[in-house]
Write a protein that binds this ligand. Structure first.
Ligand code: SF4
Length: 341
């Protein structure tokens, strides 16, 4: 039988559950503090809770929704966690130390239905959505990592899956991750990345203050249709209109992720098209050289081509940063996440 995951509950829902057990309402806040502020890994660590209630928790609820199946570390310090889920599925998260930043990239689905051509996760298809507890627990486990856990200071929902295709669970997880009584991440340090699900983007703008990133990867519909089938449903005109209307807070910008594929989208013509496309949007662009994976038909552009692409954007006064590829040798780089277990 599937265990009850307390990390699926908001504080209010936890209160209702505690009351249903005949316990006092203050127990919910106590539990919430153990789950997140203290991030305990065993009920026995909750010494301010009576033995009776702890035994009940042990019998009726699971503290963790994930188990660490494996941790790999790359030469550059990037760490990849493979997590086993209760139903035998697996997901991955990646911790990227880049002082002063230490970013954890988390997954929102097992696999992904969107099938972007350059992405290994897309080849898995969608197995299922993650529950709130399974999203939040990737962070709880990384924070407990004796190697870098205490350094984690930013989160990106850029791992396996399209977060906005799992809207309700992701939104609830964002609430816990940014709750001052929860995992306490500032919304300025949490970024959700989408391939461009327009209706959910509109909802997110009013439901959450976290940063928004768009996987853009092509500056025109013909090329984007080919690389990212989601573009046939939400073409660039509609996507960019939604970006222009997005309720951004002061000093915030939308990040546009652009994977450079040799001879496909990395020429001066595409760079100029991208400049035109981003007109009127408070944008910054992350340029990422394609990370090859087994079976992929794309190649990585030369450093000269990447610099030339960046120059076109910079000459148009756009902020364009070339992102170093991290953790490639352990399959942890952007677009390389997929589990074959
Ligand atoms: S790039 Fe993102 S949206 Fe596209 S297939 Fe991969 S995980 Fe899914």
């Amino acid at each position: 039988m599937k265990p009850l995951f307390l990390k699926n509950f908001t504080l209010e829902q936890l209160e209702a559950w505690v009351l249903s057990l005949g316990e006092k309402p203050f127990r919910a806040r106590q539990l919430y503090r153990h789950l997140y502020t203290r991030n305990v890994s065993d009920w026995s660590q909750c010494t301010d809770i009576s033995r009776d209630f702890r035994e009940r928790l042990e019998a009726e609820a699971a503290l963790d929704a994930l188990a660490v199946a494996r941790v790999d570390e790359a030469g550059d310090g990037t760490r990849k966690y493979l997590f086993r889920l209760h139903d035998g599925n697996f997901i991955e998260s990646v911790l990227i130390p880049d002082p002063p930043r230490c970013t954890l990239c988390i997954s929102s689905q097992v696999g992904c239905a969107l099938g972007c051509k350059f992405c290994l996760t897309g080849t898995m298809g969608l197995k299922r959505n993650l529950e709130t507890a399974e999203i939040v627990d990737q962070v709880c486990h990384a924070l407990r990592d004796p190697k870098l856990g205490d350094k984690v200071n930013s989160l990106v929902l850029m791992g396996m899956g399209e977060p906005l295709a799992n809207y309700d669970q992701v939104l609830r997880a964002l609430g816990i991750l940014t709750d001052p009584d929860g995992l306490m991440f500032s919304h300025r340090r949490v970024t959700l990345s989408t391939a461009g699900l327009v209706p959910q983007m509109r909802r997110l703008g009013t439901d959450s203050a976290v940063n928004l990133a768009i996987s853009i990867h092509a500056p025109n519909d013909a090329l984007r249709d080919e690389l990212m089938p989601v573009n046939r449903t939400y073409p660039l005109g509609e996507l960019m209109r939604t970006c222009r209307e997005y309720p951004l807070q002061a000093r915030k910008r939308i990040t546009f992720e652009y994977i450079l594929l040799d001879g496909v989208n990395d020429g001066p013509r595409e760079a100029k098209e991208l400049v035109k496309l981003l007109k009127g949007v408070r944008a910054k662009i992350n340029l990422i050289a394609f990370n090859p994976h087994p079976g992929s038909i794309y190649r990585t552009p030369s450093p000269e081509k990447i610099l030339a692409f960046q120059d076109v954007l910079r000459n148009a006064n756009l902020t364009a940063i070339i992102r170093k590829s991290r953790g490639g040798e352990i399959g942890a780089a952007c677009g390389q996440l997929a589990t074959r277990q």
